[in-house]
Design a protein around this ligand. Structure first.
Ligand SMILES: NC(=O)C1=CN([C@@H]2O[C@H](COP(=O)(O)OP(=O)(O)OC[C@H]3O[C@@H](n4cnc5c(N)ncnc54)[C@H](OP(=O)(O)O)[C@@H]3O)[C@@H](O)[C@H]2O)C=CC1
Ligand SMILES: O=C1OC[C@@H](O)[C@H](O)[C@H]1O
Length: 390
């Protein structure tokens, strides 16, 4: 399937008939990410419907519901809780600002709902641990929505590394930088009280990807250098660069940037988004471009080092679907990371084993590393939630 057809289908997927009793998910907050992360993916999934939206402002909730054909609307100061208390809702998608993830996930779990929770899972590893404990105690599914992890492209890179064809990993470098203009004044990402910061928002992707590819946790944070945001230089990192060491003397560096700075004469030339990772191994390199939005396009490049007398070899791969050893394919080339993620979430709720999962331990370890990176950067920990279950 070519680039245009694939991406048109990803943006406007075929509407499939729903099962007799599909999972009913409600969205808490009319967030900007919700259409891409849940509304569009649900269109092509037979076993889930977006059944409710709650927003702090009723008219905002109504507008959102009208735009996306959502049946139930909750609004006003008690709207979020009313949706959680609705017995016809089975699951909640939580795309609230990071600093509210803990409170509303705890409330949703206490109300008996499964939760698909936006990244980063909370402001602290301890909060994340508590959420997973409650999910387990209430026999509910909780998933941190690190969507890139569910796409075949990153799996293919891990398979190449794990196959040993290029030997031992030496260093991994990963970056996620956003074009200037995506994050504007007043954005939740720049608000410390809401759990903002470059590491929290974008730095978490390279960190998560490296931890995944190595199946390991950082032993030490060697350095962590923030670029403070002028609006709140003491607490908000516009960008961050950290160097980590992992077991077996593997090193890694991560970069996250909320507002890649323009360059050139008078700073007139904007930078394009930077989303890539490069794995340097004893026997060569593997790179994956666009690891967070691979359905749009991506390339996996494998460069085998020249041995004495031989030339270096380069091959390029793409992976839009999973292929079993018997050649059977899973997924569709036009499935986005969010669509693959939704497949796994619904499978798990339905008691099936998903192809990919992000465990409680993984989400907790991720937040531990985020906290250590801020500490090393001499930046304050993000605020603790004041919420406690009655
Ligand atoms: N997986 C991914 O690809 C992406 C994930 N994200 C994650 O999703 C979350 C939301 O991001 P994004 O959609 O860009 O954010 P938005 O600012 O668009 O949405 C946040 C929502 O939170 C609600 N909210 C509740 N309390 C507050 C408050 N005090 N201040 C501001 N908003 C509040 C608002 O809902 P209401 O309608 O009730 O006013 C708002 O719609 C973040 O955790 C972010 O990290 C973001 C983008 C991409
Ligand atoms: O995928 C993403 O890209 C843009 C970010 O600001 C966002 O929070 C992140 O999840």
């Amino acid at each position: 399937m070519d680039f245009i057809t694939r991406n048109l289908k990803a943006a406007r997927p075929p509407l499939v008939p729903k099962n007799a009793s599909p999972l009913r998910i409600g969205i808490i907050g009319a967030a900007r990410i919700a259409p891409d992360a849940i509304i569009t993916p649900a269109m092509s999934h037979p076993d889930i419907v977006v059944a409710a939206i709650a927003a702090r402002d009723m008219s905002r909730a109504q507008d959102f519901a009208k735009r996306h054909g959502i049946e139930k609307v909750f609004g006003g100061s008690n709207g979020y809780q009313q949706m959680l208390d609705d017995p016809t809702i089975d699951a909640i998608y939580n795309p609230l600002p990071n600093g509210l993830h803990y409170e509303w996930t705890m409330r949703a779990l206490a109300a008996g709902k499964h939760v698909l929770l936006e990244k980063p899972s909370s402001n602290h590893a301890e909060e994340t641990r508590r959420m997973f404990e409650l999910a387990e105690a209430n026999n509910l599914i909780l998933l941190e929505a690190f969507h890139y992890r569910f796409h075949p492209a990153i799996h293919r890179v891990k398979d190449i590394i794990d196959s040993g064809e290029l030997g031992q990993v030496k260093h991994i470098s990963a970056i996620l930088g956003l074009v200037q203009g995506y994050v504007k004044d007043g954005d939740i990402r720049l608000d410390f009280d809401l759990g903002g910061g470059g590491m929290m928002d974008v730095g978490v992707y390279p960190l998560s990807a490296i931890r995944y590819l190595l199946s390991a946790e950082p032993i030490s944070i060697e350095s962590s250098v923030p670029t403070p945001h002028p609006q709140n230089p003491a607490a908000i990192d516009r960008a961050i660069h950290a160097v980590l060491t992992f077991p077996e003397s593997i090193t890694a560096d991560i970069t996250g940037d909320l507002q890649l700075q323009p360059w050139g004469p008078f700073g007139l030339i904007p930078q394009l988004p930077k989303i890539s990772l490069a794995v340097h191994l004893e026997g060569g390199d593997v790179t994956l471009s666009n690891f967070a939005v691979p359905t749009l396009w991506h390339t996996i490049q494998v460069i085998t080092k020249a041995e004495s007398g031989a030339n270096a070899q380069t091959r390029s791969e793409i992976a839009f679907t999973f292929k079993d050893e018997d050649g059977k394919e899973h997924g569709e080339v036009w499935w986005t990371t969010y669509r693959y993620q939704l497949e796994a979430f619904v499978d798990r709720v339905r008691g099936r084993e998903p192809r990919t999962w992000i465990s409680a331990e993984d989400s907790i370890a991720q937040m531990e590393a985020v906290e250590r990176i801020y500490e090393k950067a001499n930046m304050p920990p993000r605020p603790w939630s004041s919420f406690s279950l009655a």
